[in-house]
Design a protein. Structure first.
Length: 390
């Protein structure tokens, strides 16, 4: 809109100058011819004005032809109107869709102006030389300037297009990052549910079965005790659900890992009746929160696998930290074991492996049919940890 306004002002000023030149001198017939040429140029501009923002091929060609004819007519009537080329050539380049079209249009205007000047001044050697020189120089200057300005404009448009594409690509990358973040968050929640609520609910099912069995056997005191434990575990499940909703770890910030392990082992011992030996939990006093979460989650999953699959009588839990700050969790049972080459790995073990990998740790499982299972987790020192365990 602003560009068209400035062009309108330039064309209006040039038209007023042309009229002043024509009226200021010349015979009556020459004035009529010159004014007719100016009118033709004005008509061409009015037709070209809508194309200033978006040049089109065929229509632009017709308008350029009209501009060339108008220069021939006006310079025939008044050779001094050759000064109107200050708006003629720029108008040709503004409506030309390509550089080649601008070059052809400039040549057409130059030919029209040359023919009109020679026709108005007469066919003499001096007129031909002077008119030809002026026409060649003006066309050459118009082509050089038009090519330079058009190339600069095309470069700017290409750069703007590349910027738009880059912006669009950045938006796509941002969308992919958001999708990846959502996927990671879903996986995190799935791990949290599996490591907390799912295992607690499995314990609730076992306790409910025990309570029902003892009730049917007439063991009211045993049923009451189991029901009390059932209520306690249900409250823990509620706390875990609230912690999950709040996206907090199940390990309280003011609680030592030792106490959390003791609670977990005590509940597991009550639920299963297995013999559980815990070795040296005090070796990891002062462990950072992230590694506490990983250790506790892995222990929860390991004990859950013992309860569901191992058919073991005894479990040994060893938590320690060496001189390099590497924290190790080893859970060993005397159950039936399994064949690691069979390829039957559950979601819990894969989720545990992912969780350990987030803390730059290593998880190893050693097992064989009839020989029990040993699960080992090694976490590096806190300064070496990159991923954040959740």
């Amino acid at each position: 809109m602003i560009r068209r306004l400035w062009v309108d002002i330039a064309v209006a000023a040039a038209m007023l100058l042309g009229i002043a030149i024509v009226v200021g001198g010349g015979d009556r017939g020459g004035i009529v011819v010159a004014l007719s040429g100016l009118a033709l140029l004005l008509i061409a501009y009015v037709c070209a004005r809508p194309m200033l923002a978006a040049p089109t091929g065929p229509r632009a060609g017709w308008i350029v032809a009209v501009i060339a004819v108008s220069f021939g007519v006006m310079t025939w009537g008044s050779p001094s109107l050759a000064t109107m080329q200050v708006i003629g050539y720029p108008l040709v380049w503004m409506i030309s869709p390509r550089i080649r079209a601008g070059v052809v249009g400039s040549c057409a205007v130059g030919v029209g102006m040359f023919a009109g000047t020679v026709g108005g001044l007469g066919w003499s050697g001096d007129v031909l030389r002077d008119a030809g020189t002026i026409a060649v120089l003006s066309v050459a200057f118009a082509i050089v300037m038009g090519w330079w300005i058009t190339s600069t404009a095309e470069y700017g448009e290409e750069r703007a297009r590349l910027v738009d594409e880059l912006t669009s690509a950045q938006h796509e990358v941002a969308a992919l990052h958001r999708d990846k973040g959502m996927s990671d968050e879903r996986e995190r929640i799935a791990r949290e549910i599996h490591d907390t609520l799912a295992q607690t609910l499995a314990g609730l099912v076992i306790l409910a079965e025990q309570a029902g069995r003892r009730s049917r056997q007439g063991d009211s005191s045993g049923a009451a005790s189991t029901t009390a434990r059932l209520e306690s575990v249900a409250r823990e499940a509620l706390d875990e659900a609230r912690a999950l909703v709040a996206r907090t770890a199940a390990v309280p910030s003011d609680d030592a890992l030792e106490a959390a392990i003791e609670r977990l082992v005590a509940r597991f011992r009550d639920d299963t009746g297995l013999e559980i030996l815990v070795r040296s939990p005090r070796d990891v006093v002062g462990l950072d929160r992230d590694r506490q979460v990983v250790i506790l989650r892995c222990l929860q999953e390991a004990l859950s696998n013992v309860r569901r699959h191992a058919h073991a009588d005894r479990v040994v839990i060893d938590v320690s930290r060496d001189e390099d700050g590497v924290v190790r969790l080893v859970v060993q049972d005397d159950g039936r074991g399994f064949d690691r080459d069979a390829g039957t790995v559950g979601y819990g073990l894969e989720g545990m492996r992912d969780r350990v990998a987030l803390a730059n740790g290593v998880l190893e499982v050693r097992s064989a049919p009839g020989s029990g299972t040993t699960l080992s987790v090694a976490l590096p020192a806190a300064s070496m940890t990159i991923g954040r365990a959740r």
